[in-house]
Design a protein around this ligand. Structure first.
Ligand code: A2P
Length: 351
């Protein structure tokens, strides 16, 4: 079941019942990739679960069967049609070429190729047409960029966005399974009144929050996460010079990110118009109940495919009325990672 060239475009499609490999199958995203393939009835013809030597020989359940985990090597991709990578950028850089050489299409969840002009960066609800140009790799965006653009694209398509200001409230899952475990353990230790020596994240996590743990650029003061969100949001919205100000913060939430976003347009856009544009937009659910003070929350976004959007109001920080304020929440492991990757893989299936 090797990949084929689609004669309608230069893009490669995959076999109708493809063999799927998950690289990083045991990780926080890998587990969700497997669950998404099953939940969405992706027509899996064969499954290969790849991780480090530490996990080789263990098993994971897929469609009621136990599947053995194999150690990732350059020879892991024989017969694989689509390889979903989620084991970090260095693993993607090292092993994606072997997957492509073996005939697989790579959907890469890491940052390794996201800004490569030859690699499409895709959120299917936002820029599905970009898929057509892929040459063997499609990049899955940064989780904040993916979640935010699902809410921003319907507005941007109707009224081009001129400027964005945002602050994020990011969950543990974005830092991997070990960070989720650190949040659980440190919270439990804290409640028992015990000290906890943090080892995954750089600061105490229980009952605390801190500036995102990505490295900080000494000159600009922006951290790597903020830089990724800015660059990738521009790419996804096809707005190369869009001014975006951002502060990314890690909060003690397990798996859903939230974000406060101010969006400036070049004309007045009323909250009513925004509600109209966002209602029923793909991948989006309006949660905007002022009477009950009920707006998007990580606890409700967790486990949901849809991104939640609400608190839609005129931003009083801009007296011109051209700026709207929104609050957004989305499951970092689903729309921010695994779900989006599987949706990309679905686009590769023959029509
Ligand atoms: P393993 O569990 O065997 O260490 P997370 O993002 O949740 O931290 O998960 C990272 C994923 O990447 C895990 O599945 C992990 O496998 C995998 N991984 C880490 N290092 C390697 C490696 N050198 N080769 C293959 N997989 C790796």
């Amino acid at each position: 079941m090797q990949t084929t060239i689609d004669p309608q475009s230069s893009a490669r499609t995959i076999a109708a019942s493809p063999t799927v490999a998950i690289v990083g199958a045991t990780g926080a995203v890998g587990v969700e990739l497997l669950a998404c393939l099953e939940a969405r009835k992706f027509p899996v013809g064969g499954i290969r679960l790849l991780a480090s030597a530490r996990s080789a020989g263990k098993t994971m359940s897929f469609k009621g069967h136990q599947v053995a985990i194999e150690e990732l090597t350059e020879n892991s991709f024989e017969g694989v049609d689509v390889a979903l990578f989620s084991a970090g950028a260095s693993i993607s850089r090292k092993f994606a070429p072997a997957a492509i050489k073996a005939g697989a299409v790579v959907v890469d969840n890491s940052s390794a190729f996201r800004m490569d002009p030859d690699v499409p960066l895709v959120v299917p609800e936002v820029n599905p047409a970009a898929m057509a140009a892929h040459q063997g790799i499609v990049a899955n965006p940064n989780c904040v960029a993916a979640i935010a653009t699902v809410a921003l694209a319907p507005l941007h398509n109707a009224h081009p966005i001129r400027r964005i200001q945002m602050a994020t409230y990011q969950a543990a899952s974005g830092a991997g399974a070990a960070a989720m475990e650190e949040l659980r353990e440190s919270t439990a230790a804290n409640l028992r009144g015990e000290d906890y020596a943090h080892k995954v994240l750089p600061h105490p996590y229980a009952f605390n929050l801190f500036s995102h743990n990505a490295d900080v650029d000494m000159e600009s003061g922006y951290n790597g996460e903020e830089q990724k969100v800015v660059a990738e949001t521009r790419r996804l919205l096809d707005a190369a010079d869009l001014p975006i100000g951002i502060t990314c913060v890690r909060v003690p939430v397990l798996r859903a990110h939230a974000m406060a976003i101010s969006v400036e347009f070049d004309q007045v856009v009323t909250p009513e118009e925004a509600v109209r544009l966002l209602s029923g937009a793909p991948g989006l659910k309006l949660v905007d109940d002022r009477a009950r003070n009920h707006f998007p929350m990580p606890s409700e976004a967790s486990g949901q495919d849809d991104v939640l959007v609400g608190r839609i109001r005129t931003d009083l920080g801009d007296p011109s009325g051209k700026t709207l304020a929104l609050f957004v929440a989305g499951d970092q492991l689903l729309k921010g990672a695994a779900l989006n990757a599987v949706q990309i893989a679905e686009q590769l299936l023959p029509r």
